[in-house]
Ligand binder design. Structure first.
Ligand code: SF4
Ligand code: SF4
Ligand code: SF4
Length: 164
């Protein structure tokens, strides 16, 4: 028990040191640029980018320690906006590409609760309350935010490797 607590404290110290070192690399003038980057992010604070929120991700982008395609909720439009702001032209993979997953609803199981509609950051799910819902494949960025909110577990990710 004591050993486990010690490990947790050590881990927290290491993470704290890494974050402090990253912050130390930022200059005072960088604050405005970080805000410009942060303003392009969806502000869902979901952590899917690998950072504890949108602003830490914006800081990492400015430091060059993160890539511009790490925000699934933002989708392709956010990647394009970040590319324009940060002058990055080569993006290996855009959200929404055929290689990315898209959500598919098992429609006979859907009870029309609308919870998935409420969390989808790009309005890729359509359907009225109490009626079957559908994902618009072309708009889905594969962020997976809809998966955990479905009370009947009828949403699955489909990886379209063949691009069909
Ligand atoms: S994945 Fe996007 S929306 Fe989620 S915390 Fe990161 S930057 Fe913010
Ligand atoms: S995975 Fe779900 S929440 Fe994310 S964009 Fe696709 S339909 Fe919307
Ligand atoms: S959360 Fe699930 S049950 Fe509710 S509308 Fe969406 S797909 Fe249907």
């Amino acid at each position: 028990m004591a050993l486990g607590a010690g490990l947790l404290v050590a881990l927290a110290l290491v993470i704290g040191m890494l974050l402090a070192r990253a912050s130390a690399q930022l200059q005072p003038d960088d604050a405005a640029e970080i805000e410009r980057i942060n303003a392009l992010l969806p502000q869902t604070q979901c952590g899917q980018c690998g950072y504890p929120g949108c602003r830490p991700y914006a800081e990492a982008l400015l430091l060059g320690t993160a890539e511009i395609d790490q925000c699934p909720p933002g989708g392709a439009s956010t990647v394009r906006a970040l590319a324009a702001l940060l002058d990055k032209r080569n993006v290996a993979r855009m959200p929404g590409d055929p290689a990315a997953g898209i959500a598919i609803i098992d429609e006979p199981l859907c009870i029309g609760c609308t919870r998935c509609v409420e969390v989808c950051p790009v309005d890729a799910i359509i359907g009225a309350a109490q009626f079957t819902h559908t994902v618009i494949a072309a708009d889905c960025t594969g962020c997976e935010l809809c998966i955990p909110v479905c009370p009947v577990d009828c949403i699955r990710m489909h990886i379209n490797i063949a691009g069909t």
